[in-house]
Write a protein that binds this ligand. Structure first.
Ligand code: AP5
Ligand code: MG
Length: 213
């Protein structure tokens, strides 16, 4: 099964992509996580990506598309994957479609998690992330068993550098300008599924599994 997750920053793409990956036994591929791992390791790609991420802007397509297409050509992707944070522009979506169709393949679902902007800004300040396994929590809505520690791997949680209120606002603006048009792109392809992202993470996942079957 090949799935892409759509939705504003903080809509819950990462939270639900992890659930999907576990339930359907497919890799969870987050371009944001790949960039953050590169920043942490001080790679050239990380240094470049950080310039854009700190501004709430998108990393240029020239960097992002090749990186993602390489990743999905790895052997663990043979039975599918869930993409989280890619595509984010029409050229990214077109490149993905072209790469898949070279092998007579296509995406199965684009799942759009809908959350209004006001709700997003509230969520971001309380998010805590695991730098090791990518686990995502919230100090109010999705608590860990032990405060500040990842339930899955026991690592100390961090707050993401781009979760400052002013950066969140520019990420939202970037989303509306550059990424929201993908909703119509996938509607026209006939694979768009919309779920309400304002209910609890559990209820969102229930709606997602109803879509995926
Ligand atoms: P990325 O890491 O993808 O960030 P994002 O899209 O801004 O999305 P987030 O990870 O912030 O949110 P999410 O939807 O995953 O929500 P989450 O599950 O964490 O990208 C970061 C940056 O990298 C971009 O700004 C860009 O610069 C660059 N980049 C990445 N991909 C790129 C690409 N393809 N092209 C160019 N540049 C790219 O949930 C958020 C919070 O809410 C958590 O605390 C969670 O616990 C909580 N929560 C989740 N669900 C619920 C719920 N139902 N109710 C209440 N709380 C909930
Ligand atoms: Mg995420």
């Amino acid at each position: 099964m090949k799935i892409v997750m759509l939705g504003a920053p903080g809509a819950g793409k990462g939270t639900q992509a992890l659930n999907i990956a576990k339930e359907y036994d497919i890799p969870h591929i987050s371009t944001g996580d790949i960039f953050r791992a590169n920043i942490k390791n001080g790679t050239e790609l990380g240094i470049k990506a950080k310039e854009y991420m700190d501004q709430g802007a998108l990393v240029p397509d020239e960097i992002t598309i090749g990186m993602l297409l390489n990743r999905i050509s790895e052997s663990d992707c043979e039975n599918g994957y869930v993409l989280d944070g890619f595509p984010r522009t029409i050229p990214q979506a077109e490149s993905l479609r072209a790469a898949l169709s070279e092998n007579g393949d296509k995406l199965d679902y684009a799942i759009d998690i809908e959350v209004p902007d006001e709700e997003i800004t509230k969520r971001m300040s309380g998010r805590r992330s695991c730098p090791k396994c990518g686990g995502t929590y919230h100090i109010e809505f999705n608590k860990t068993k032990v405060e500040g520690i990842c339930d899955v791997c026991g690592t100390e949680l961090i707050q993401r550098a781009d979760d400052k209120p002013e950066t969140v606002l520019s990420r939202l603006e970037t989303y509306h300008k550059q990424t929201q048009p993908l909703i119509d792109f996938y509607k026209e392809e006939g694979i768009l599924e919309t779920v309400d992202g304002t209910v609890s993470p559990k209820e969102v996942f229930k709606a997602v599994t109803e879509v995926l079957g």
